[in-house]
Design a protein. Structure first.
Length: 222
């Protein structure tokens, strides 16, 4: 699928100018975009220190975007993605590689990114390229220690106690970009599809999977 999308983008570019004769939507310049859509993140495997590694599965997620179009071709955008992929982690003892712990679980992942976008054409149908940076927050949902018990008084149910767990989690910076196609519809709405690659930067101390994804959005310009 990834190879097919990239090939389609490259082959479609010369033909896109022909689409301009079939009506035109209002220009994008000096307008805001808001979109909601789906993201399909591809799985990856990354190695860490001492033989540890992390394997993340393919997963669907929810995507939001807000941006401002300075001109028909240039815009600044912010992405917000929510994904819950399954993962397998092998944690190795640095002093004894045969001493390992295997964890199979589901993580919670949030991506927040700032991107500059260049649309190659002024018209409603255009390919585009994006470059940017951001942060990825990951919560393994695996307890990092014994539970913490908290108690409180509820006016209906009386005295209530519950256990709370701290989990292994962290935030890593990321950088990357995307190739995509956009079509502005009559009435101010638009559709957009893109393929992106983002690299996590954890300073080389831990496993750093590459985040590759396909994104499909429907949005409104105002």
């Amino acid at each position: 699928m990834r190879t097919l999308l990239i090939t389609t983008l490259l082959l479609a570019t010369p033909a896109l100018s022909m689409a301009q004769q079939f009506g035109r939507s209002p220009g994008r310049a000096q307008s805001w975009d808001f979109s909601i859509g789906g993201i399909y993140q591809y799985g990856d495997t990354a190695g860490g220190n001492g033989g540890s590694f992390l394997e993340v599965s393919n997963e669907l997620g929810l995507a939001f975007n807000v941006g401002y179009n300075f001109t028909n071709k240039l815009s600044l955008n912010a992405d917000f993605d929510f994904i819950r992929p399954d993962f397998t982690a092998i944690i190795a003892n640095e002093n004894d590689p045969n001493d390992t712990i295997r964890i199979d679980h589901t993580m919670s992942q949030f991506n927040g990114r700032i991107k500059g976008t260049l649309n190659f054409m002024d018209g409603p149908f255009t390919p585009y390229v994006e470059l940017g940076f951001g942060w990825t927050y990951v919560d393994s949902n695996v307890a990092s220690g014994p539970p913490i018990t908290g108690c409180w008084w509820h006016p209906w149910w009386g005295y209530i106690c519950s256990n709370f767990y701290n989990t292994f989690s962290g935030t890593e910076s990321s950088y990357g970009g995307a190739l995509g196609l956009r079509y502005d519809l009559a009435g101010g709405s638009f559709v957009r599809a893109s393929y992106s690659v983002w690299e996590l930067d954890a300073g080389g101390s831990t496993a750093e999977p590459r985040l590759e994804s396909f994104r499909l959005e429907y949005g409104w310009r105002f």
